[in-house]
Design a protein around this ligand. Structure first.
Ligand SMILES: NC(=O)c1ccc[n+]([C@@H]2O[C@H](COP(=O)([O-])OP(=O)(O)OC[C@H]3O[C@@H](n4cnc5c(N)ncnc54)[C@H](O)[C@@H]3O)[C@@H](O)[C@H]2O)c1
Length: 267
């Protein structure tokens, strides 16, 4: 099937690791040029080299996407490099620090708000005028199944992911028919998000009072996933590429689960 992505330019936030990197590579394999923002300059350079190996252009800018100034400086520097504008925006960057509700401080709520929700708000607002210049532009945002079906923890993260889904619906109505706006809601995906020190595996370890790997397995049992495993970044990347492509030309305002079957309700 023809995705129609060859020669297009895709901006991806948080593209140095995990799902963002896998998504950058998946677009590159479809012939799209990839523009990436992240604060991890070392891994960003590695990802850019992998993109160029696919025979397309890679643009990368180091930016802290948790602040207004960081988003503005990063996107201004990025747009100055892009010869063909922007066809697709992937709002991927996100961060989670799972703790029981009473242990989440105001500072953590504000950090979670800034990196998970306000990055999407600020990046989208900055790029909308550029996306509106294209005939078939698309925005895909990376939310979470926890935004549709929150667990006991992390409450701050789940609340921001729900807000991302609400914003997806608002933008889909506001920007139609020129720009399609969709979201993915991944279930647990094994990436640096889980494995880094202080990441989801360590958070689950202190919540369940077990070693990290055992705590992850325990958490998966509690979630009763029909597919009974964590997902891989590439499995989310494939769905994001589909939603951004011509193959999804009648899909807007939708939330696509990539979650091993975690969501139990019908709508
Ligand atoms: N892994 C999962 O289980 C899972 C599940 C559902 C949703 N998600 C969502 O998918 C997205 C990607 O997650 P992932 O698993 O690839 O995580 P990851 O931690 O592997 O990658 C996140 C990327 O964002 C970058 N980043 C973090 N804070 C930043 C900042 N302030 N400025 C710039 N860059 C920053 C990191 O350097 C990293 O490259 C996130 O929005 C996450 O919430 C992940």
């Amino acid at each position: 099937m023809e995705t129609g992505l060859a020669g297009k330019t895709v901006v991806i936030t948080g593209a140095a690791n995990g799902i963002g990197r896998a998504t950058a590579l998946a677009f590159a394999k479809e012939g799209a040029h990839v523009a990436m923002l992240d604060h991890d300059s070392g891994k960003l350079a590695e990802t850019a080299a992998l993109i160029r190996d696919c025979g397309v252009e890679a643009f990368s800018v180091e930016a802290d996407l948790s602040t207004a100034a960081g988003v503005k400086a990063g996107l201004d520097a990025m747009l100055a490099q892009l010869p063909r504008g922007v066809d697709v925006l992937i709002n991927n960057v996100g961060h989670g620090d799972p703790k029981p509700f009473e242990e989440i401080t105001d500072e953590q709520w504000e950090r979670t708000f800034a990196i998970n929700l306000m990055s999407m708000v600020r990046v989208t607002r900055h790029l909308l005028p550029v996306l509106r210049q294209k005939d078939k532009a698309a925005i895909v945002s990376n939310a979470s199944d926890l935004g549709r079906q929150p667990e006991t923890a992390p409450a701050d993260y789940a609340a921001m992911k729900s807000a991302m889904l609400a914003l997806t619906k608002s933008l889909a109505r506001a920007e139609a028919p020129r720009i399609r706006v969709n979201a993915v809601a991944p279930g647990p995906i094994w990436s640096t998000f889980w494995s880094r020190p202080g990441g989801f595996a360590d958070g689950m370890a202190s919540i369940h009072n077990m070693p990290p790997r055992q705590a992850v397995d325990h958490e998966m049992k509690l979630r009763q996933l029909p597919l009974a495993r964590l997902g891989e970044p590439e499995e989310v990347a494939n769905v994001m590429v589909f939603l951004a492509s011509d193959l999804a030309s009648y899909v807007t305002s939708s939330v696509w689960g990539v979650d091993g079957g975690s969501i139990r309700n019908i709508v």
